[in-house]
Each structure stands twice: as C-alpha cells, then as structure tokens.
Design a protein around this ligand. Structure first.
Ligand SMILES: *Cc1c(COP(=O)(O)O)cnc(C)c1O
Length: 382
C-alpha cells in the first residue's frame, strides 16, 4: 500500500501534488500526432478510466479539457447556462465563489446559498431556494477551508426539482467516494494535478446525458468555442479534428489514472484516512486542532488544522521551505490561522509527512512527533 516515491522537493500543498513516477516517465514518450490511431486508443482508455473514477453510467461521455481545473468549471457554465437562467450556487469558500463569478459572466442570475466559514452547506438551505432554478452548482470538497459538502443529500433534492447539478470534484474524484450516476450528478470536473498526481494542464470532465440534452437545447451557441460540448464530441467520439490536444499530457494522465485504478479507489480512500489520522495524532500534542468542528464536514484530502496559539506561521513555513518542504497556510480570513495539508494523490504517503514531522521536531525543539506519527501508522508496512 505504501511504496514511497519521493525525491526532491516535498509538496504537502492542496495541489499541485507530487507527480506519480509512472506519469513522470510517460512524459518522456516521443511525440505522436493528436489524430494518430494510437492516441485515439489511449484516449479511449482514459475515457473508460474516467467513467470508473467518476462512477458514471457505462456509456457516459468523459473527456479531457486542455486546461486546469478552472477550465472544467468554466466549461460547465459556458455550455449549460444561457442569459437569464436562474443558477443556484453553493458558496462556502473561495472555489464556490469562483463558480458564482463564472456563472454570472455567462449571463446567469445567480442565487447564493452560503454557510459560515469552516461549515458545510445545509441541504435544507438548498431546498428552500430551488424554485425556478435551472442549475445548481456545488464544490464537493472546498479546498480553501477543508470542508466536505453533503453532495449526495444535495443531489437528491436537486434531482427531484428537475434542475441540473454541477459538482466540482477537484479534491475528491479519484481519492474519495464519488458516484455520479448513483447520486444524480449531471456534470463533474477535476484537475489533473490534484488527486491523480498528473502534471497540471488537463481537466478531466464527465458530462451526463441530461447535461448533454440541455446543451443541445441551447437557443444560442456555447460562447466558449474551445470547450463546446459538441466540439469535444467531434474529437473524443467521432475522431475528427477540433483542436490540437496536448498529447504528452494525455500520456502522463493515462499513466497516473491507470496507477490509481490499479491501486484501487477504495485503497486510496483508506490511505488518505490513515495518513490523516497519523498527522493529527502527531500534531495534536503541539496544540494543532481541527479547523472544521463537525467531523462529518471534514474533507479527508485537505486537512485544515488550526495553528497553536502563538505559532509563528510565516516563520515556520519559511523555515520549512528552506528545507524544501512546502506547506500551505490559510486563504483570506484564515491566513495566519490555519494550515491546509494536502492528502491528495502522491502527497498521501508516509515519506513526505515523515519529513515534515522530523523538520517540525527540529524547528520547534519538540520531541515525540515522529514517534507518534510512526505509531499511528501502526503495523502498516511503510
Ligand atoms: C484547485 C481547485 C480548483 C481549480 O483548479 P486549477 O487547476 O487551479 O484551475 C477548483 N476547485 C477546487 C475545489 C480546487 O481545489
């Protein structure tokens, strides 16, 4: 379960994550054309792998967009929203607010459902604002606060209302349970550099049948030509030219996705939980506490920890950076208040966190941090 794969700089950030060694090697493959039969075969395997990762219907349309996770977000609004549409956005952090901003730019009348910082969206608040709404958008795991939103409950309500549901799965798909078909999600996206540990520059998306039907019923063409759902189909299904896809990034993502599926999605979920438990066990006696109070609302892949009183956030992180360890602090209102430790993809391994524990013992003049970490990892061979 725990082959360690790190060398060089240690990334404990909530994205990008360390590149999987198989993805790193795949980047060395010689170039092939984007219309090459071998590339179409590889793309087909990627599409099949993404169906499994997202838990879609067997024939669902999946594809890669040539951009980061934010392009996956933007493509959803560009294709599924028209001027004047009512869109309900769940915004309890900076990525939820990014969704609201994008929806508005594509002409939506945006209704916001919010929650206090560090808390999950309440499905009852969603239910109360669904009248006349054509689409609901929610971030599954809010990276800015380490909060997991209750997507299955929200999806049940949205499906009953007839609205479409777009889910940001950037910190969850591939590492946490995600069941698009079973839950009733119509459009989902992630970024290659988060849970898959592939290089940044690709946004894997899944477009459900209802979302595609909505796209086909548009009164006006999708304003974002590059990510037009029909244009994507031309390339990914019809194998005709739309734009030149970044083939080398496809090679790397293919390798990372195969590695994830070979490891097993459930084994990956267990790996995240075990590492998270060990990190919390090691750091609690230093005065670190969970930022998200409700255990059910804690996002396992982004561990948000409140810093001990008097802890010099900037100085400690600068000292860690000097040792080639990158740790991310809070954002906006949580700056100086929390750390956000990434447990996505290859970051969720003992070696990089062991390096953090060792460095903290040394920098803070503490003892026992490493021992507690090792003990919590328990009998698992590391
Ligand atoms: C990282 C992230 C994004 C945006 O991805 P980029 O690859 O930076 O464009 C969107 N949503 C969430 C929840 C993220 O963590």
């Amino acid at each position: 379960m725990f082959e360690d794969t790190h060398d060089g700089h240690i990334l404990l950030t909530p994205g990008p994550t360390p590149i999987h060694p198989r993805a790193q090697r795949a980047l060395m493959r010689p170039m092939l054309g984007h219309m090459d039969p071998e590339v179409f075969a590889l793309n087909g395997e990627i599409q099949q792998g993404l169906r499994m990762m997202y838990g879609t219907e067997p024939e669902a349309f999946t594809a890669l967009l040539a951009g980061t996770g934010s392009l996956g977000m933007e493509a959803g609004f560009a294709n599924l929203v028209e001027a004047g549409d009512e869109v309900l956005v769940c915004a309890n952090g900076s990525f939820g607010r990014r969704m609201a901003e994008m929806a508005a730019r594509y002409g939506a009348r945006v209704r916001l459902v919010t929650a206090p910082l560090g808390e999950a969206i309440d499905p009852a608040d969603v239910a109360a604002h669904l009248g006349g709404v054509g689409m609901v958008a929610v971030v599954h795991g809010e990276t800015s606060t380490g909060v997991l939103n209750p997507v299955p409950e929200i999806a049940r309500l949205v499906r009953r209302s007839g609205a479409l549901l777009t889910v940001d799965a950037v910190t969850t798909a591939g590492m946490e349970p995600f069941h698009m078909a079973e839950w009733g999600v119509d459009y989902a996206y992630t970024g290659a550099q988060k849970c898959l540990s592939a290089p940044p520059g690709l946004a894997p998306v899944a477009i459900g049948e209802r979302a595609f039907a909505r796209y086909q019923a548009r009164r006006t063409p999708t304003p974002l030509w590059y990510c037009d759902f029909g244009g994507l189909r031309d390339y990914w299904v019809e194998h005709t030219y739309h734009h030149t896809v970044p083939v080398n990034l496809h090679f790397a993502l293919h390798a990372a996705l195969q590695a994830a599926l070979e490891e097993g999605l459930e084994a990956r979920q267990a790996r995240v939980r075990l590492l998270g438990h060990a990190v919390v066990t090691a750091l609690t006696p230093l005065g670190f506490t969970h930022y998200v109070k409700d255990p059910a609302a804690r996002l396992p892949t982004v561990l948000a920890l409140r810093l001990p009183p008097g802890f010099d956030d900037a100085a400690v992180r600068a000292a860690l950076r000097a040792r080639e360890i990158s740790v991310t602090g809070g954002l906006g209102p949580t700056a100086g208040l929390i750390w956000r430790l990434g447990l996505m993809g290859e970051a969720a391994r003992p070696a990089p966190y062991r390096a953090l524990m060792l460095a903290l013992e040394d920098l803070l003049g503490e003892r026992g941090v490493v021992d507690r970490f090792e003990e919590a990892l328990g009998a698992v061979p590391v």
